[in-house]
Design a protein around this ligand. Structure first.
Ligand SMILES: NC(=O)c1ccc[n+]([C@@H]2O[C@H](COP(=O)([O-])OP(=O)(O)OC[C@H]3O[C@@H](n4cnc5c(N)ncnc54)[C@H](OP(=O)(O)O)[C@@H]3O)[C@@H](O)[C@H]2O)c1
Length: 239
């Protein structure tokens, strides 16, 4: 039985992916802050799920929590980081932006480093993180969200370079969704909103295929391309 951890499995993409992994005979460590939601998920397949409750922004606790969960699973082949946050912030409230950074930058780094170092020591393994198409350009609606996702994308590219130099079967996958129908999706003018089940199926396939970078759903690759092409003088007037 393969072993996986999904960080941020209480709802949305992480929860759906944890279910798919369990259905594919993975033993899955599921994490998040909301214990009750983890207990409900565990009850659906008790033999497949092990719970760990922690906050990724409490970075001193992260390595210990992940190591303990790995020990309970009896090893680790795959770690998927789905925890993330971001709020529409028209008032540019600094507390909201800093909370986004605490989860998407500081917490992300703590989880990513633990995972990479674990897989390097082991000589094999796969780290995948859910970033976003929002990484491509800045956003007036949620500046820290876009910026933190750009950080994640860049960080993952660095880790992928490190993984390649190792010449060992260590993989790093950057999963970039557009809009997915989860509690987090709350931007104005949403389009091409994918059902979470469809998104999670495509993510699972990308992980199985050890893809470097994948857009979810696939058509979002086109949006990312167009976003990248829009010149700055025009982009600043958009929306
Ligand atoms: N939905 C979209 O349209 C969309 C698009 C692009 C990218 N994404 C990305 O996809 C990922 C998953 O989001 P989602 O759409 O599935 O939203 P979601 O349903 O709100 O899930 C967010 C997950 O993050 C966890 N989380 C948040 N803050 C945390 C913290 N401090 N410590 C630990 N876990 C924390 C939540 O668990 P607890 O609250 O229980 O801690 C929850 O499991 C995020 O990184 C998001 O940026 C989503």
């Amino acid at each position: 039985m393969k072993k996986a951890i999904v960080v941020g499995a209480t709802s949305g993409i992480g929860k759906e992916l944890a279910i798919i992994l369990a259905n594919h005979n993975y033993k899955v460590g599921i994490t998040g802050r909301r214990n009750q939601l983890l207990l409900t998920l565990q009850a659906s397949k008790p033999e497949n799920f092990i719970i760990s409750v922690f906050d990724v922004s409490e970075i001193d606790d992260v390595p210990q929590a992940l190591q303990k969960l790995t020990d309970e699973l009896g090893g680790l082949d795959l770690l998927v980081l789905s925890s993330g946050t971001g709020k529409i912030n028209p008032e540019l409230d600094t507390a909201i932006e800093q909370q986004t950074n605490a989860v998407n930058v500081t917490g992300f780094t703590a989880v990513a480093n633990w995972a990479f170092n674990f897989f390097e020591r082991q000589g094999s393994g796969h780290f995948a993180a859910i970033t976003s198409v929002a990484a491509i350009r800045g956003s007036r609606q949620a500046p820290a969200y876009g910026a933190s996702k750009a950080y994640q994308v860049n960080y993952l590219e660095g880790l992928r370079q490190k993984a390649t130099k190792l010449k060992m079967p260590v993989y790093v996958t950057d999963i970039r969704p557009g809009f997915v129908d989860t509690p987090m999706a709350q931007a104005e003018n949403m389009f091409w909103v994918a059902p979470v089940e469809k998104a999670a199926k495509q993510i699972f396939k990308a992980i199985e295929n050890k893809r470097d970078v994948v857009y979810i759903t696939r058509r979002w690759r086109l949006v990312a391309f167009i976003f990248r092409m829009v010149p700055g003088f025009l982009y600043k007037r958009l929306y």
